[in-house]
Design a protein around this ligand. Structure first.
Ligand code: HPA
Length: 245
């Protein structure tokens, strides 16, 4: 089954017929909200709002382990994450949809693994390609088939938040090779890999990152809302195309 994790601007899917909601308990605590089981284009899909259905859980307090564990228990095989980001690269301006292909992790203090030693043997995952290649290809094909423009490939810098970055920090992220910056890809992507679930993402550029483009002086929160609202319509078309594929 396919799971969709909705981020800022996507706490509900359109044309999603919910048949069951399930509050799941996990050894790691409570997920961000109930799992919504339903159908999208007649295909079974489970939806979870990463920040809670009232959008109350900030990125650094999301219980990523509980979320991914709950999805695994629901027999999810593939997870598509929808997450808003700031654009660093000049061609990734507000409203652009991006299917990233790499991650740099700048977070700290998050519970980022299920492998905690104790009696269990030490385990490492291969994370050379943090996003699942086949699921990325499906997303790109669905985008092409639905006529939704997406940028193929970007390096996602995951910052700790919840504050946005300084202009100097964004300069450093760019020097490191980052194209977009957000706060949620890690540890989500790594936990999915630990649980053997395919993971890919649609990033929605909500704003130019600090110090870039029209965020040269400051980031204007008023325009972010409108950008996300419009862009999420395209994300919904893309997701419908993905389910139909
Ligand atoms: N930085 C980090 N995360 C974000 C941004 C940003 O500029 N915009 C949306 N999520």
């Amino acid at each position: 089954m396919l799971a969709i994790i909705g981020g800022s601007g996507l706490t509900q899917l359109a044309n999603f017929d919910v048949v069951r909601r399930e509050v799941v308990r996990t050894p790691y605590g409570e997920p961000s909200g109930a799992l919504m089981f339903g159908t999208l284009c007649e295909r079974p899909v489970v939806f979870l709002a990463r920040h809670g259905y009232g959008h109350t859980i900030p990125p650094h307090l999301v219980n990523y382990r509980a979320n991914m564990w709950a999805l695994k228990q629901a027999r999810v095989e593939a997870v598509v994450s929808v997450a808003s980001v700031g654009g660093i690269r000049a061609d990734l301006g507000p409203g652009t949809l991006v299917v990233p292909d790499q991650i740099i992790d700048y977070t700290s203090g998050r519970k980022n693994t299920y492998f905690e030693g104790g009696e269990d043997p030490v385990r490492h995952i291969d994370f050379t390609q943090p996003y699942d290649g086949a699921l990325r290809s499906r997303l790109l094909a669905a985008a092409a088939a639905s006529g939704v423009a997406v940028a193929d490939g970007a390096v996602y810098a995951t910052t700790q938040g919840p504050r946005l970055e300084t202009a100097a920090e964004v300069n450093r992220l760019e020097r490191d090779g980052a194209d977009v910056v957000g706060m949620t890809a890690m540890p989500e992507a790594a936990l999915a890999r630990e649980l053997d679930m395919a993971y890919a993402a649609i990033n929605v550029v909500a704003n130019f990152a600090a110090g870039r483009g029209n965020s040269a002086e400051q980031i204007c929160f008023d325009s972010i809302e409108a950008v996300l609202q419009e862009a999420m319509q395209r994300v919904r078309s893309l997701l419908a195309g993905l389910c139909a594929s």
